[in-house]
Ligand binder design. Structure first.
Ligand code: NAP
Length: 347
C-alpha cells in the first residue's frame, strides 16, 4: 500500500516556511493484531496544525502525516468487538483519549504528529480510536470533522470545564477557517446568536449564508471587539471562540461580556505577545478562559450524532486526489481556503 511520510531531507516546495516535506512510499499494509483494525482510508482533511508540523515544530521524520481520516474497515484482529469488515469509520486524532476529562495518560498521542497519521491507503489502529461514521456523512465530510469540528464542539460545550453555551447565548467566531465555520454551524444549531469576523466582503456573504447573524470585516474595523459590543447593545458575547491568538486576544477580551468566556483554541492570526494592559479586563470583567485540545472519542461520538441529527453539512473548500496531496498542502498553505481542504482517495 502507498503512504505518505514526512521527510526532513527536503522541504515541501510551494508552502511558505516549510522546513520539511512529504514523500510517497510503499509500505506493507500488515495484518491487524489483537484489538486492532485495518482501515482502507477514503478521505483526509488538512488542519492548521498540519502546516505547523511542516514548518518543523515536531520531530516527525518518517511518520505518516495528518490527524484526520475516514474510511472502511477491511479486517479486524482478535478480540475486536466494536467493528467488523465493511463498517464506515472515522478516527479520533487523540489516540489514547477515550472519554472524560484529559489526564496525563490520555493526552499527547496525536495521530500524524506523535504517531502515524491517516495519509495512507490503509492504516492499522486500535479499535478504541475509531468511531462509526453516520450514513448521512460522506467520507469527505467525515474526514473534515474530527480535529476542527471537535475544537469547535469543545469550545461550545465548554469541554471538561462544562462552561457550555445555552440557547440564546451570543457566540463570537473569528474568520472562515475549519474550526470557525464549524463553530458558526454548531452554534446556530444550538440556538445561539452568532457574531462572526472575517477579512473580506465575499467572505462576509458566505458567513451570512451559513447563518451568522452579524458579520464584521476586521480589515475595515480593526476595533472589531468594540463593533461586537455595539452589535449587542454594549453587553458583549457570552463566548468568544478564540482561534487568532495573541494578535486577536485584545479585541476578544473587549468583545466578551462581563462574566463571559473565551475558548482558547489557536494562533492562526500569528505569533506575538499581548500587553498586560490588554489583559486587565480579564479580571475587571471576571472572564473565564479555558483551553481546548480537540476532544475524546466520546466527544467525537457526541459531535457526530449532533451533526447527523441536525443535518449539518461541513463546508468543503476543495478536494484533491490522494496522489495530489502535495497540491492540497500547497493550496491550504496559500491561505485561500474557506472551510476545509480535503484529500479524497476516491477522486
Ligand atoms: N486546540 C485545538 O484543539 C485545536 C483544534 C483545531 C485547530 N486549532 C487551532 O485553531 C486555529 C484555527 O485552525 P483551523 O484549522 O480552523 O485554521 P484554518 O482553516 O487554517 O483558518 C484559516 C482562516 O483563519 C482566519 N484568520 C487568519 N488570520 C486571522 C485573524 N487575524 N483574525 C481572524 N481570523 C483570521 C482566516 O479567515 P478570514 O479570512 O475569514 O479571516 C483564514 O482563512 C489554528 O491555530 C489551529 O492550530 C486548535
Amino acid at each position: 500500500m502507498k503512504a505518505y511520510e514526512f521527510t526532513s531531507a527536503s522541504a515541501l516546495e510551494g508552502v511558505y516556511g516549510a522546513a520539511i516535506g512529504i514523500q510517497l512510499a510503499d509500505r506493507d499494509p500488515g495484518q491487524p493484531g489483537p484489538g486492532q483494525v485495518r482501515v482502507a482510508v477514503k478521505a483526509n482533511s488538512l488542519n492548521f496544525v498540519d502546516l505547523i508540523t511542516l514548518h518543523g515544530a515536531y520531530p516527525v521524520d518518517g511518520i505518516i502525516p495528518l490527524l484526520d481520516g475516514a474510511g472502511v474497515v477491511e479486517a479486524v484482529g482478535e478480540g475486536v468487538q466494536r467493528f467488523r469488515a465493511g463498517d464506515r469509520v472515522v478516527a479520533n486524532p487523540h489516540a489514547n483519549w477515550i472519554a472524560g476529562p484529559p489526564a496525563p495518560d490520555s493526552s499527547g498521542m496525536v495521530l500524524g504528529i506523535m504517531a502515524n497519521g491517516m495519509l495512507a491507503e490503509t492504516v492499522i489502529l486500535p479499535e478504541s480510536v475509531l468511531v462509526a461514521l453516520p450514513a448521512s456523512l460522506s467520507f469527505e465530510q467525515g474526514a473534515s470533522l474530527p480535529c476542527a469540528g471537535l475544537s469547535a464542539w469543545s469550545s461550545l460545550s465548554g469541554g471538561p470545564s462544562g462552561y457550555n453555551v445555552t440557547p440564546g447565548s451570543t457566540v463570537l467566531t473569528q474568520g472562515t477557517g475549519g474550526v470557525s465555520l464549524f463553530a458558526v454551524q454548531f452554534a446556530k444549531a444550538m440556538g445561539c446568536r452568532v457574531i462572526a469576523t472575517t477579512s473580506s466582503a465575499e467572505k462576509m456573504d458566505r458567513l451570512k449564508a451559513l447563518g451568522a447573524d452579524h458579520v464584521i470585516n476586521y480589515n475595515e474595523r480593526a476595533d472589531w471587539g468594540v463593533a461586537a459590543l455595539e452589535a449587542t447593545g454594549g453587553i458583549g458575547a457570552d463566548l468568544v471562540v478564540e482561534v487568532g491568538g495573541p494578535n486577536t486576544m485584545p479585541q476578544s477580551i473587549i468583545a466578551a461580556k462581563v462574566g463571559g468566556r473565551i475558548a482558547m483554541v489557536g494562533i492562526v492570526g500569528g505569533l506575538g505577545s499581548i500587553d498586560f494592559l490588554h489583559m486587565l479586563p480579564i479580571n475587571h470583567k471576571v472572564l473565564t478562559l479555558y483551553a481546548n485540545g480537540m476532544g475524546s472519542r466520546r466527544d467525537l461520538e457526541n459531535m457526530l450524532r449532533f451533526v447527523d441529527v441536525n443535518g449539518i453539512q461541513p463546508v468543503i473548500d476543495s478536494t484533491f486526489a490522494f496522489d495530489r496531496a502535495a497540491d492540497a498542502y500547497r493550496h491550504f498553505g496559500s491561505r485561500a481556503h474557506i472551510g476545509k481542504v480535503v484529500i479524497s482517495h476516491q477522486a
